[in-house]
Write a new protein. Structure first.
Length: 336
């Protein structure tokens, strides 16, 4: 069951502003050399005693392979500064898949990562057959699956292979964004999210997986959305629907936890922020309640919360590319 909590339990934006004058960034670029290792570690922590243990451990192995590739692979070239500046000035994502052609090297790096996954999977793992099959995909079929993933099309998508392919796309876009932010740091200093209520990543245009309230290192509860593809984080308001922009009718649902004394503990580290205005929701993870939360890992491990909130009539704003649902029928042949 879920336990609703009232928005007043969270600090208001005004309270945060009044706190010590901190220079809080509006945008945080990912660090590929650390991000995937941290995600893998969190997945392993969450897998202990979890009903999805085997799947969480598989994704941990995948993230560990991505981490190894992130260390070995040279930085990808960023797009030219003028095109980035023009896109940001017009509130368009400069690294959107429609704007930024993929380098063929993403396939090479992805296959190398999948080969590492195979090396670390137990011999009796049922996932081995899927990994082997997806490695063997011809380039054209792999690119076709990647296009469907990036466009959010599940019809014809191989749902078993999709999380593995998505992992390679995450590595590629995370490296492209990190290279862009490093080469053109001033381009993102004055970053401001677009005015549209429905929040999409300002860097690549993808949906967020979840949001996170950050703590430590100068952060005091500020909330950031976390991109499902490039792992960018951009600041957003507290107590605010990320789908329609409403600040009214916001509630927080959480799986009921039982404390050491047997009393319900409603301050869960993972909550679903639901909106009565549009009937959408997005999860929010709280670092001040658990310093080790990681948006994509914790979202994946809290699938039960998604099911319960969806059963209550709410639709998710956001996606987790490491676990997709949809039509898993085989792809139809492309027209000649």
């Amino acid at each position: 069951m879920t336990t609703p909590t009232h928005p007043s339990e969270l600090p208001s934006p005004e309270q945060i502003v009044l706190r010590a004058g901190l220079d809080i960034p509006s945008f945080i670029a990912p660090k590929p050399t650390a991000l995937f290792a941290e995600r893998a570690l969190r997945l392993r922590q969450l897998a202990a005693g979890h009903a999805m243990r085997e799947y969480l451990l598989l994704m941990a192995v995948v993230c560990e392979a991505l981490h190894e590739r992130a260390q070995a692979h040279p930085a990808l070239p960023p797009p030219d500064a003028e095109s980035v500046a023009q896109a940001l000035a017009s509130a368009q994502p400069p690294l959107a898949p429609q704007r930024l052609a993929r380098e063929p090297s993403w396939r090479t790096e992805w296959r190398a990562a999948m080969a590492q996954v195979l090396q670390h999977l137990p011999a009796d793992s049922p996932a081995r057959a899927t990994v082997q099959a997806v490695i063997a995909l011809p380039d054209a079929a792999l690119e076709q699956q990647a296009e469907r993933l990036l466009a959010g099309i599940t019809l014809g998508l191989d749902m078993a292979a999709a999380p593995l392919i998505a992992a390679g796309l995450q590595l590629y876009w995370t490296q492209r964004l990190a290279a862009t932010a490093a080469a053109q740091p001033d381009a993102f200093k004055s970053f401001a999210p677009p005015a549209s209520p429905a929040q999409h990543c300002p860097c690549c245009g993808s949906l967020p997986t979840a949001s996170i309230t950050r703590a430590g290192q100068g952060f005091k509860g500020q909330r950031y959305l976390h991109c499902a593809l490039c792992n960018a984080q951009w600041r957003t308001e507290l107590i605010h629907c990320c789908h329609c922009g409403s600040a009214k009718g916001i509630q927080y649902q959480a799986l009921q936890a039982v404390g050491d004394a047997g009393t319900p503990d409603t301050r869960a580290a993972v909550e679903a922020e639901t909106c009565e205005a549009c009937r959408h929701y997005l999860k929010i993870v709280h670092m001040e309640r658990d310093a080790h939360v990681e948006p994509i890992a914790d979202d994946l491990a809290s699938l039960t919360l998604d099911l319960l909130v969806s059963d209550a009539g709410y639709q998710r704003h956001g996606t987790n590319l490491l676990l997709l649902f949809g039509d898993s029928e085989p792809a139809q042949p492309e027209p000649a």
